[in-house]
Design a protein around this ligand. Structure first.
Ligand code: FAD
Length: 463
């Protein structure tokens, strides 16, 4: 077994930025365990950008706080919203120091009262992820275990177990401090904008170890998702509506003010679909769409033969972001000492009922910083000591591997059930129906077991 001072699970914006901050302080070795390659998760898919108040002459922290609270229906944790917003300027400077390049002009997005979205056109997440990864690979103190899924946590002995898919072996690491940064779980839904790996298995693992979660039923549905079969679905960024895009029926009637927060716009799309209408995003009035949204234009043209400058785009709503997650405080601490959770897997309360556009990349970065600052401040007070180092000993194979085609069917059953019965409007009967289906499912691998545990936890949180 190998010992690390810090183990981080997940290499999205939250995990990578936490690793860099720890390594920069040269306080010990950091190990990142990540299910995918180093650049993975929702982070590289993020399009619109990252919100931050940097023009204090025209914009203000108060305005960003108010926009965030309004979108969250004033149920947000106000203290944490303040930390989120007031850290924005420093965070943008840090990203630039790490090599992120942003467009000169910040743009406007739905729910924001000022154009404060820092962006790299419609590839912001990809740009940031590459900048962070370029720094990670240069740090001698950071070790990355790619294609490795954490699946079991022993909080008494401070051990995390993970399966390396390339080596087909199971490993265990001792940690002094663990940071969970494994993203959301919206890929438990059939129509999702997130990558297939975002199924919340690490959140299920944490829950089974005794870590407290909160508001797991709070899932945000994005209103402008391309209505074409694809996993993940192509997201048509909020910034298109910010630039003048409208949401219309086939006979070109606008159904909702496109600049309202996501939950309201999604509800309007859902309601019209329930009434049998097809809904479209109309971006034809946006001049030079292809220059402003090159990535989206490219995919629409090459994969779907849709020209956004001349055609209306068929849309639906899709599971996009999870407000619920591991319950954390202002320092990203969980209920277990030395275990932190950051980014989309955490529930820091900043989003309330509904996340404001472009606040989640910011959240990942801000609470990674909060966690690292707290860890460093409390250094030495930490009572945990490593047992004798038994180098790289491979543990017995805890992971029961499964037959892949069957695993696909298992996951599809969860995805279809959640999409059908636990979607935008949730009735008692539908929730019971979902529970009945889940109670009949028999997992044959840890992965399936964790996914089912998570799906049931979502339904139970709705009740
Ligand atoms: C299409 C799309 C567009 C978006 N656009 C924006 C935007 O413009 N602005 C904005 O603010 N937000 C946007 N979001 C949301 C934002 O991208 C995410 O909330 C944010 O990137 C989450 O970062 P994260 O680091 O918490 O998790 P992720 O980036 O999702 O990373 C999770 C990591 O955990 C790893 N992992 C998962 N499970 C395990 C496990 N069991 N063991 C080991 N590793 C594991 C994954 O491999 C991955 O590396 C968008 C999301 C999507 C899907």
């Amino acid at each position: 077994m190998t010992n690390f001072s810090y183990v981080i699970i997940g290499s999205g914006i939250a995990g990578m930025s936490a690793a860099l901050r720890l390594a920069e302080k040269k306080m010990g070795k950091v190990c990142i365990i990540t299910k995918g390659p180093l650049i993975s998760g929702s982070t590289p898919l993020a399009q619109g950008g990252i919100s931050a108040v940097t023009n204090l002459k025209k914009d203000s922290y108060e305005s960003h706080i108010l926009d965030t609270m309004k979108a969250g229906q004033y149920t947000n944790n106000e203290k944490n919203v303040k930390i989120l917003v007031e850290s924005g300027k420093q965070i943008i400077e840090d990203l630039q120091r790490w090599g992120s390049i942003f467009a000169k002009k910040q743009h406007l997005e739905g729910g924001h009262s000022f154009p404060r979205i820092w962006n790299a056109k419609d590839r912001t997440g990809n740009n940031i992820a590459h900048a962070l990864a370029n720094n990670i690979v240069k740090h001698k103190n950071i070790i990355v275990q790619e294609h490795s899924a954490a699946f079991h946590l022993d909080i008494k002995k401070n051990i995390i177990f993970y399966r390396n898919f390339s080596l087909q072996q199971t490993f265990a690491l001792h940690f002094n401090c663990l940071i969970i940064a494994t993203g959301g779980y919206s890929s438990l839904y059939a129509a999702s904008t997130s990558p297939p790996g975002n199924t919340g298995d690490a959140i299920a693992m944490a829950m089974q170890a005794g870590i407290i979660t909160k508001e797991l039923s709070k899932i945000q549905f994005h209103p402008t998702v391309l209505k074409k079969e694809r996993f993940p679905r192509l997201l048509l960024t909020e910034a298109i509506r910010g630039a003048g895009g409208k949401i219309i029926t086939a006979d070109e009637k606008e159904i909702v003010n496109p600049l309202l927060p996501r939950d309201i716009v999604s509800h309007a799309v859902w309601k019209n679909e329930m009434n049998g209408k097809n809904i479209f995003l109309d971006a034809r009035n946006i001049t030079n769409f292809h220059e402003k949204f090159p990535f989206i234009t490219n995919i629409l043209l090459s994969e779907f033969q849709i020209n956004p400058e001349t055609d209306i785009i068929p849309i639906t709503f899709g599971a996009h972001y999870c407000m619920g997650g591991i319950a954390t405080n202002e320092n990203a601490q969980t209920n277990i000492e030395n275990i932190y959770a950051i980014g989309e897997c955490a529930n820091s309360g900043v989003h309330g009922e509904n996340r404001l556009a472009s606040n989640s990349l910011l959240e990942g970065l801000v609470f990674a910083k909060q966690a690292v600052d707290h860890i460093l401040k409390n250094m030495g007070k930490n009572k945990t000591r490593f047992p004798a180092d038994e180098k790289n000993k491979i543990l017995y194979p805890l992971f029961i591997s499964s037959d892949k085609p069957k695993e696909k069917i298992f996951f599809e059953c969860i995805q279809n059930t959640l999409s059908q019965y636990v979607s935008i409007e949730r009735t008692k009967e539908n929730l019971q129906q979902a529970k009945n289906i889940f109670s009949k499912m028999k997992p044959v691998s840890t992965r399936e077991e964790n996914a089912l545990f998570m799906a049931l936890a979502i339904v139970e949180d709705c009740e």
